[in-house]
Design a protein around this ligand. Structure first.
Ligand code: CMP
Length: 141
């Protein structure tokens, strides 16, 4: 098994309901280590770049507006198979389909306000981490 890093966002609905600590507890209970974390106000440009892959989707405008509507917490998570493991811990994108015990089952309000983002591949994890963190902000160990 490979030690991996993945990129995570605790979204505006999570920061506004003061549940970032509760979500972090689930992340840590799953064996993922939070090796970098900061609270930021995402700009429109950053949100559009981050979600560029979805720019033709009908929900793109709504998604970008939501991501800049309040602060978010961006994170780098590290662990064995961190990318797949975090996707399992997050649960399905739509909370109505999320399994019991997952972050989205417990906290997400809707498919848009779904509390967390996690990278879907190793290539995207690298790109997403690089958009928000420099290597010297990531402290493993
Ligand atoms: P995320 O994992 O951050 O990646 C893309 C996001 O688009 C996804 O989580 C959802 O929050 C959002 N999304 C997907 N489908 C819809 C939808 N139908 N309406 C609004 N937002 C959506």
């Amino acid at each position: 098994m490979a030690l991996e890093r993945t990129f995570s966002i605790l979204k505006p609905d999570a920061t506004q309901r003061n549940v970032t600590g509760a979500i972090n507890a689930l992340i840590e209970a799953a064996g993922l280590k939070i090796v970098a974390q900061k609270r930021i106000q995402m700009s429109l440009g950053e949100a559009r770049r981050f979600y560029a892959v979805h720019k033709e989707r009908p929900f793109f405008g709504e998604l970008v507006d939501f991501m800049v509507s309040a602060p978010v917490v961006v994170q780098v998570l590290e662990g064995e198979n961190a990318i797949a493991k975090y996707r399992e811990v997050m649960g399905a994108t739509n909370p109505a389909q999320a399994a019991d015990g997952t972050i989205r089952k417990q906290f997400a309000l809707s498919v848009g306000e779904n509390s967390v983002h996690g990278s879907d591949s190793a290539d995207n994890a690298k790109l997403e981490i690089a958009q928000f963190f420099s290597e010297n902000e990531i402290i493993s160990g």
